[in-house]
Write a protein that binds this ligand. Structure first.
Ligand code: C2E
Ligand code: CA
Ligand code: CA
Length: 658
């Protein structure tokens, strides 16, 4: 043995001289291997192979050996010579490489390697699976091929800073598959440096986490939603209320919480089974959804309790409107598995910040109010605040009284003269509804018109006023006007959806013999703001009958004159407030002057309303406004009073007393 063998095996020649080399065996080389060895050697051939051996200190090592027989002149084998090489390290490296290759191929995570100049040098099968790109398609390309475009320059700048500083970087990023679809992935990049410390390659490991993301979202969703109805649950509701109340402190808006409790859920559940009960709750959720704005929150609060949270409303009336719709909608029968089921609901209302400005307190008060609603007979809503409830009760009482008022002939039409600014002659009259309620006395239109509008009763009332006025002025005209007296009648914008139209107007004109071109319909600006393509047609149809269309209370709404131009409007009534503001000293007249000038340029007639004082008359005349109306000339009066008034006025005019 030579010194190298001593070094590798740890044995010295003296230790082992004369020994069989058996002692080198580790026991891990199979006996087949030795059999092959001996059969080669004994037949005179050389043998090459690998042993797993054991050093003197007991540790294992691998060696490759080449053993050759040496023969004498007779051809007999006399010696064996073995040339050995320690290949332990080599074998280890080799095994590692093999293992790395196997891992590269078999791992679930996509792997992409690039050279120092960022050209892709290898990708594994998982990469192909995730991105849709085969190795051939990406080799030599830049990794940008899979970037989604969702991350900005700063994002990549930060990536390079970290990567070059720490040698590794990882993040969740959006990338793009070959088919163009985007997916979230977790990505980690490692820098590989060569012996001199220069970057030699980059290794990127990526995995598709869309499923994990989806799972996370699902878990998040489940944590905040009711399993049965899919509505936000109590936690999400509380979050939203809290958020809104915070916001309300800064923007000073009003919000409302409606506590909805089904009146007969328990009966349904007990008698028809839980399946039917569940179906009912689902249906209730659907009906509630169809009532509120998308920005409102409906929550299943537990059992048969729902909470509707209306953030940022214009006032308690909005809450009333929604509560009414809820009560009405849930009182309609449900069709459950072929059965007609009546559930009904009671609603309690609390207002923020008036009643409470904390979520739990708001809920508690609305819950209390809901019990009040149940006590007073179910299928109702109830405010927590008494003052609110008084208003509601008054409104409901009025509505009930009003239902009978038409049949009982409790309505009357009053007339207020409209005067020509130049000649001071009577131009016509505005018809104004009056309600003489037997028990309550005179109820002013400012109180009953809004209730009539909300309840829909404005439809029959409006048409009744129109017909009565056309009739009255027809009769009056045949005595005093000779076909010259005009009539203005107020039309509520609610009458549009309720079905009042040119055909109904025409019936009235025919019935009363009143001529369309002497009639003006007074509408408020708000109707022109309605987003309805049929509205223009509705207005044009009136125009076809020769009727004038007038904008009442002009200046208080949002419309500009140029906006009005789009509609067939030919009369403007300047709101009373502007006339009341007219002042002899300052230039408050300039606004009125501007309205008149612009209206004239659009060929519209202008009426100044609420004229009460002598100097207003003079000023308005000076501003060339066509007509005037107001207490200065006359208050609204009954048709009987009007007849008398006309006679007096004419007398006065002829004496030039005005
Ligand atoms: P409006 O259409 O602006 O009617 C003018 C209101 O101003 C009338 O009040 C009238 O009495 C009042 N007024 C007239 N001259 C003066 C004045 O010189 N000074 C003051 N301070 N006020 C004056 P009224 O009759 O109480 O009617 C109130 C509102 O109710 C009307 O305002 C109108 O919007 C509505 N309304 C009345 N009748 C009807 C109707 O038949 N249908 C509809 N849809 N609304 C009606
Ligand atoms: Ca009016
Ligand atoms: Ca008016």
């Amino acid at each position: 043995m030579n010194p190298k063998f001593e070094e590798v095996s740890g044995y010295e020649l003296a230790d082992i001289l004369g020994e069989n080399p058996n002692f080198l065996k580790s026991g891990y080389t199979s006996s087949n291997e030795y059999d092959a060895l001996w059969s080669d050697l004994l037949s005179g051939k050389s043998w090459k192979g690998v042993f797993n051996n054991r050093r003197k200190d007991g540790s294992e090592y691998w060696e490759s050996a080449s053993i050759s027989p040496i023969r004498d002149e007779l051809g007999e084998i006399t010696n064996l010579i073995a040339i050995k090489e320690d290949i332990t390290q080599q074998k280890k490296d080799n095994d590692n490489l093999k293992m790395a290759a196997a891992v590269f191929d078999a791992t679930q995570e996509g792997i992409m390697t690039t050279d120092a100049r960022l050209r892709i040098t290898a990708v594994n099968p998982a990469f192909t699976e995730i991105t849709g790109y085969t190795e051939n398609e990406v080799l030599g390309n830049s990794p940008a091929i899979i970037s989604s475009g969702k991350h900005d320059a700063d994002f990549y700048k930060n990536m390079w800073t970290v990567l070059l500083r720490d040698g590794r970087w990882s993040a969740e990023v959006w990338n793009k598959r070959k088919d163009g679809s985007l997916y979230p992935q977790s990505l980690s990049v490692t820098v590989v440096s060569d012996d001199r410390g220069e970057v030699s390659q980059y290794i990127a490991i990526l995995s598709d986490i869309s499923e994990r993301k989806a799972q996370e979202e699902k878990i998040h969703y489940q944590a905040y939603h009711d399993g049965l109805t899919g509505l936000p649950n109590r936690s999400l509701l509380m979050d939203r209320i809290e958020h809104d109340l915070e916001l309300a402190k800064r923007t000073a808006h009003v919000s409302s919480l409606l506590f909805v409790d089904l009146d007969r859920f328990k009966r349904v559940n007990d008698t028809m089974g839980h399946d039917v009960g569940d179906r009912l709750l689902e249906e209730v959720a659907e009906r509630l959804k169809s009532i509120v704005r998308a920005s409102d929150t409906i929550s299943r609060f537990g059992g048969d309790e729902f909470v509707v949270y209306l953030a940022d409303i214009s006032g308690p009336e909005d809450a009333v409107l929604v509560a009414e719709k809820i009560v009405e909608s849930l009182s309609n029968p449900f069709d459950l598995n072929g059965f007609e089921v009546f559930a009904g609901a009671s609603v309690g209302i609390a207002l923020a910040p008036n009643d409470a400005d904390r979520p739990d307190e708001l809920l508690r008060l609305a819950d209390l109010a809901m019990y009040k609603a149940k006590e007073s007979g179910r299928n109702q809503y109830h405010f927590f605040a008494l003052k609110m409830q008084d208003k509601v009760n008054r409104k409901l009482a009025l509505e009930n009284l009003m239902r009978k008022a038409l049949d009982n002939n409790e309505f009357e039409v009053f007339y207020q003269p409209i005067i020509d600014s130049v000649s001071k002659e009577i131009f016509g009259f505005e018809a104004l509804a009056r309600w003489k309620q037997p028990d309550e006395g005179m109820i002013p239109p400012s109180e009953f018109i809004p209730v009539a509008e909300e309840s829909g009763l404005i439809a029959p009332i409006g048409e009744w006023v129109l017909e009565q006025a056309c009739h009255d002025i027809s009769v009056l005209d045949s005595g005093h006007g000779n076909g010259k007296l005009h009539l203005s009648v107020n039309v509520s914008s609610r009458q549009y959806p309720l079905g009042f139209n040119a055909a109904s107007l025409n019936n009235i004109l025919v019935k009363t013999g009143f001529s369309g071109h002497l009639l003006s319909l007074e509408l408020t600006e708000s109707i022109l703001l309605e987003d309805d393509p049929d509205l223009l047609q509705w207005l044009s149809d009136f125009k076809e009958l020769g009727v004038n269309l007038s904008i009442d209370d002009f200046g208080t709404g949002y419309s500009s004159l140029s906006y009005l131009k789009r509609f067939p409007i030919n009369v403007l009534k300047i709101d009373q407030a502007f006339i009341a503001d007219l002042n002899k000293e300052d230039d408050s007249a300039s606004l009125v002057k501007a309205i008149i000038a612009m209206a004239r340029s659009l060929n519209m007639n202008v009426i100044a309303e609420g004229v009460e004082l002598q100097y207003q008359v003079e000023l308005i005349e000076h501003l060339t406004c066509h007509y005037m109306q107001g207490y200065y000339f006359a208050k609204p009066m009954s048709i009987a009073e009007l007849t008398e008034w006309i006679a007096n006025y004419k007398l006065m005019l002829s004496k030039k007393d005005l």
